[in-house]
Design a protein around this ligand. Structure first.
Ligand code: SAM
Length: 217
């Protein structure tokens, strides 16, 4: 049963409680099933977009909706990744998997892992982070552009964002409009949008997803 989870289950999530329930059951097989079966590569595109724009002072970095830690592993595989790197997720079971991840030289991928809900107030200090990444989380219908109120709060001025958004949600769920409004308000720099491959196999092999890169002003 657990191996049967797929994108349809992820897209059916409507509330934070739905999400906790799904990923509590999916965490053990998320990588051996879905990620492997679909040759998932979205995390490489998000990490690459972040690293291509980052300088040494763009840490600490927060990976939001870090899940089992695939973005963190990709970031920490590059010695140029500014550190330290923390993760945040709603699912304690997914965070338990992320906690097991180590770099090639044996250090934990994530310095700190926070349980948090992107639809609520985060228990993180104002301006704590110099970089924010996210992959596969602005995909669930319940995580909309309002989450950026809190992400901007925990980002310090100049912080670098590289945020993956579901391609069907980017315009329809108001992300593009939110970022345009934030540029107009002087909150962020003009975003660049890089379209990256999401999967290397499976039914959605041709899907490209937008990774939105900008800085907090
Ligand atoms: C499809 S997984 C992606 C995980 C990882 N970033 C990756 O690329 O493999 C989506 C993750 O977002 C998390 N998530 C969903 N809604 C969330 C919310 N409201 N707050 C925090 N995390 C959330 C889920 O628990 C899950 O771990």
């Amino acid at each position: 049963m657990a191996d049967d989870f797929d994108l349809a289950d992820a897209y059916a999530v409507e509330t934070p409680d739905d999400n906790r329930d799904l990923y509590a059951r999916w965490a053990d097989t998320y990588e051996s099933g879905f990620i492997t079966d679909n040759a998932y590569r979205y995390h490489l595109g998000v990490a690459g977009a972040f690293l291509d724009a980052a300088g040494p002072d763009d840490g600490p970095v927060l990976d939001v909706g870090c899940g089992t830690g695939l973005v963190g592993e990709a970031l920490r595989a590059d010695p140029a990744c500014p550190g330290p790197l923390d993760g945040l997720d709603l699912s304690t079971e997914m965070l338990d998997r992320a906690r097991t991840k180590a770099t090639a030289d044996g250090h934990p991928v994530y310095a700190e892992l926070h349980t948090g809900d992107l639809t609520a107030v985060l228990d993180l200090a104002d301006g704590a982070y110099g970089g924010i990444t996210s992959c596969g989380t602005f995909t669930h219908g319940h995580v909309g552009p309002a989450a950026f109120d809190e992400l901007y709060r925990v980002a310090r001025p100049g912080a670098l964002f590289a945020i993956g958004v579901n391609p069907d949600h980017y315009v329809a769920h108001g992300f593009e409009a939110r970022f345009a409004g934030d540029v107009a308000a002087g909150t962020i720099t003009e975003p660049t949008v890089r379209w990256v491959p999401t999967y290397g196999a499976g039914p959605h092999v041709d899907q490209l997803s937008p990774v939105v890169v900008f800085r907090r002003r």
